[in-house]
Design a protein around this ligand. Structure first.
Ligand code: GLP
Length: 243
C-alpha cells in the first residue's frame, strides 16, 4: 500500500486526477471504477477541466460505478446515476453506452445484482478503481459485517451511513434504507485501486483501515491485501498515522 500525503483536499483531487488521466493516456479504452460521495467531486472537476483544455479524451473510456441506492430512479437528484451525470459524464465526451451503474429502480435485488456482475465480467474487469471511505470504514456500500461480501449484492444501510448521508436529503425518512453495491470481492478484482480520503473526520477510520487488523468490521481494511493500492489523503486525514 502506497500512501501519498497531500496538503489539502485540492491537492488530493489534483493528484488523483493526474493518475486517472495517466491511466486514460496509457490505455484509452480502459475501464474506470467510479465512486460517488463528496470526496471524489474535486477529482471529477479536475478531469473536466483537463478535458475542456483539450488534454483528455474519454471517447473510448468505459466506466462502472460502485453502487446505487435501491428504490431511487435515475431522474432522482439523489441517485448516483444523477450524481455521475452532473459531476462528470455530461461534461466530457464519454459515450453514455459505455457507462454502467447498478439500476436502483430494479425491484428484484437478485436479478439486478447478477445482471451487474455480468456487466462487469463482460467489461473484462476494472483497470483503475476509485474509492472513498465511509465513516464506519465502508467501501462502496459494503457496510461493517461478519464477512466480506464477494459479489454485487443488496445491502441494508447502517444507521451511521443513513445519518452521514442525511445531509443530501430533505428529511431523514427520504434517505434510502438499502443499496446495490459491488461486493468487496468485486472491488478487490480491480487491477489498481486509488483510495481518496480527506478531512479530520476520517482520520481515525483511515488509521484503522490501513494500519489496523484486516476485518470485515472495517471493510476497507481488506485493501491491505490488494497488490496495488494507492491511498491519496490530505494531512488532516493522515493526522493519526505517521506516514
Ligand atoms: C457513500 C458512498 C461511498 C463513499 C462514502 C463516503 O455513502 N456509498 O462510496 O465513499 O459514502 O462519502 P463521502 O466521500 O461523502 O465522505
Amino acid at each position: 500500500m502506497k500512501i501519498y500525503r497531500t496538503t489539502d483536499y485540492q491537492e488530493m483531487s489534483r493528484t488523483a486526477a493526474m493518475i486517472l488521466a495517466a491511466q486514460i493516456h496509457l490505455k484509452p479504452d480502459c475501464v474506470l471504477g467510479l465512486a460517488t460521495g463528496s470526496t471524489p467531486i474535486g477529482t471529477y472537476e479536475e478531469l473536466v477541466r483537463q478535458y475542456q483544455a483539450g488534454h483528455l479524451d474519454f471517447s473510448q473510456v468505459k466506466s462502472a460505478n460502485l453502487d446505487e441506492y435501491r428504490g431511487l430512479t435515475r431522474d432522482n437528484d439523489q441517485s448516483y446515476y444523477y450524481f455521475m451525470q452532473e459531476n462528470l459524464f455530461r461534461h466530457v465526451n464519454i459515450d453514455p453506452a459505455n457507462t454502467f451503474i447498478p439500476d436502483g429502480s430494479q425491484p428484484d435485488p437478485d436479478a439486478e445484482c447478477s445482471r451487474y456482475e455480468a456487466v462487469l465480467a463482460q467489461l473484462g474487469g476494472v483497470d483503475l478503481q476509485i474509492l472513498g471511505l465511509g465513516h464506519n470504514g465502508h467501501i462502496g456500500f459494503n457496510e461493517p459485517a461478519d464477512a466480506f461480501a464477494k459479489a454485487t449484492h443488496c445491502v441494508d444501510l447502517t444507521r451511521s451511513t443513513i445519518e452521514a448521508n442525511r445531509r443530501f436529503f430533505e428529511k431523514e425518512e427520504d434517505v434510502p434504507r438499502q443499496a446495490y453495491t459491488m461486493g468487496v470481492g468485486t472491488i478487490m478484482r480491480a487491477k489498481k485501486i486509488l483510495l481518496l480520503v480527506s478531512g479530520e473526520g476520517k482520520a481515525a477510520i483511515l488509521r484503522e483501515a490501513v494500519a489496523g487488523p484486516v476485518t470485515p468490521r472495517v471493510p476497507a481494511s481488506i485493501l491491505q491485501f490488494h497488490p496495488d493500492v494507492t491511498v491519496i489523503a490530505d494531512e488532516a486525514a493522515l493526522a493519526q498515522l505517521d506516514a
